[in-house]
Design a protein around this ligand. Structure first.
Ligand SMILES: NC(=O)C1=CN([C@@H]2O[C@H](COP(=O)(O)OP(=O)(O)OC[C@H]3O[C@@H](n4cnc5c(N)ncnc54)[C@H](OP(=O)(O)O)[C@@H]3O)[C@@H](O)[C@H]2O)C=CC1
Ligand SMILES: O=C(O)CCC(=O)C(=O)O
Length: 482
């Protein structure tokens, strides 16, 4: 197969796109698994070292630049991303499968995140604190960490890299970015926008390759001062341990097993729509996706029938086709993982009411949306993150039991309740163990200006986005002047 110039995406190091004659790998379309979307480099540790060295050399001048001037570059990057929205969204759909309207919405969100953090360039960054010495002035000031390693997954190929890179840069850090292989081409296009916006050489570096070489290398590198990661719990734990061991700051966003409670006081039609949107958009591949639906006995059957009627109408197909509501799983390994969870659900005694099927006449990694009934708390499909279009229905008698069931997980990212009863809402808000608490709203979907993160095994207890990002990407200096 001939590699055309347009299809090959190299690393971006010290202001130049280049490779060290390393092996290349194809990124494939999960809707048409023989179709190449582009090629990326399987970089080695020598290339990673070059990128870290470039970021370390650039960090002093970047830190010394006025914060509003750093913000101006992000404004330019936002405009460039917006200008290329159609091309980037199409690349995303072809590379990881989410539908084109979702991909376009996510790319737009990338531009909005860039603008939000560009504005941070002009906002306050410290506090004046009274000193016990009447002749002293005491205040806090913030300083960047230095070089930050950014390791991202494939499920939000624009939004997640941008919500990590934009605050890292505006607060004065330099970056080495390693994207997931499954979305390396989309990630390269985001980097093109940032580079074209005028970042000085070495401020942003982009290195593609495997997680076990480049991701691990970044987390263990002595010259990387902070690591921000989103992905699986297993990998996240390893990164956290490596960073902790050498005294680097780290931030981990990992899995979820997100519950939605539907009470007898709920508006059932609203709840059905929210469960479908929260559980099945992006083929269920969100860390905030609805996975367990915990329903009160009195409305269980009515809710189930309403849900099934709508789930059965969902059109699964190539995300580039206008009539597709849900695309394929992002890769063959995701497809294998999701189908094996569906088999496990059946083996362990849950009843598959609809879906969970492949589409034999289609070549892509399609699984139709699955709804399981009679799911018990100890079953694998009620405990492990599936990251696919699978909903587990669980019956409870009371709202107290519903909250207890919702909390019966090692994760704590997002949780919703559907109710019109203010007392139930108050108990839920108080007792639920989750970083995102949603009332009459779906479990997925985050707002860029608000803190985002989970409890328990879902995160390292830090928060991303909004002003919370400042806590991770800077350190506080307390200054006393006399
Ligand atoms: N919370 C979330 O948003 C996400 C959760 N997941 C969960 O994880 C499961 C598996 O997905 P997967 O893509 O394999 O997730 P991973 O956690 O393996 O991948 C996330 C990122 O980490 C990199 N990575 C892999 N191994 C290491 C390592 N040893 N050290 C440092 N970085 C590493 C990956 O690189 P590479 O390109 O080689 O994969 C990728 O860039 C999903 O089914 C889902 O349950 C997945 C994605 C996002
Ligand atoms: O729900 C969202 O929009 C964000 C989800 C997310 O961060 C993730 O899946 O990794």
């Amino acid at each position: 197969m001939t590699i055309t110039v347009e299809q090959m995406y190299s690393n971006y190091i010290n202001g130049a796109w280049k490779t060290n004659a390393e092996e290349t790998k194809a990124s494939m379309n999960p809707a048409h698994p023989r179709e190449v979307v582009g090629y990326y480099t399987m970089s080695g540790t020598r290339t990673l070292d070059e990128a870290v060295e470039a970021a370390a050399s650039a960090k002093r001048n970047w830190r010394k630049m006025a914060q509003p001037a750093r913000g101006d570059i992000l404004y330019k990057a936002a405009a460039l991303l917006e200008k290329r929205i159609e091309e980037i969204a199409e690349t995303m759909t072809r590379e990881m499968g989410k539908t084109y309207p979702e991909a376009k919405g996510e790319t737009m969100r990338g531009a909005q995140i860039l603008r939000y953090y560009a504005g941070e360039g002009m906002r306050q960054s410290g506090d004046v604190i009274p000193s016990t010495d009447k002749d002293a002035l005491m205040f806090t000031n913030r300083t960047p960490l230095g070089v930050v390693g950014v390791i991202t997954p494939w499920n939000f190929p624009v939004a997640i890299p941008v919500w990590k890179i934009a605050p890292a840069l505006v607060y004065g850090n330099t970056v080495v970015f390693k994207p997931a292989q499954e979305s390396a081409v989309t990630a390269a296009k985001v980097v093109e926008c940032l580079a074209e916006a005028g970042l000085p050489d070495g401020v942003l570096n982009f290195v593609t390759g495997s997680g076990s070489v480049i991701g691990r290398g970044l987390s263990e590198h002595p010259d990387v001062n902070g690591i921000t990661f989103t992905g699986s719990e297993q990998v996240g734990r390893g990164i956290g341990q490596a960073a902790l061991g050498r005294g680097a700051k780290y931030q981990l966003e990992m899995g979820g097993k997100n519950p939605v409670i539907v009470t007898e006081d709920a508006d059932l039609d609203t709840a059905v729509d929210a469960v479908i949107s929260g559980g099945l958009k992006s083929t269920g591949q969100k860390c905030t996706a609805t996975s367990r639906v915990i329903i009160q006995n009195g409305i269980y059957d009515t809710f189930k029938e309403k849900l099934l009627a709508k789930v059965r109408e969902i059109k699964v197909g190539d995300g580039m086709k206008e009539d597709s509501w849900m695309g394929p799983c992002a890769s063959e390994s995701q497809f294998n993982s999701v189908t094996s969870y569906i088999e496990k659900g059946k083996e362990e005694g849950a009843d598959l009411l609809c879906g969970g099927e492949t589409i034999p006449e289609e070549e892509g990694y399609y699984v139709t949306p699955a709804v399981f009934d009679n799911v018990e708390p100890e079953m694998t499909i009620a405990r492990e993150e599936i990251f696919g279009p699978v909903l587990a229905l669980m019956k409870v008698e009371t709202v107290e039991e519903a909250i207890e069931t919702a909390n019966d997980t090692e994760y704590g990212l997002s949780a919703s309740i559907f109710t019109t009863n203010i007392q139930e809402f108050l108990s839920f808000m108080d007792d639920i163990e989750a970083g995102l608490v949603r009332i009459n709203a779906e479990s997925a979907g985050v707002e860029l200006q608000a803190p985002f993160g989970g409890m328990k095994h879902s995160s390292s207890h830090s928060r991303e986005q909004g002003e919370a990002a400042k806590e991770f990407f800077t350190s506080i200096k307390t200054v006393l002047v006399k």
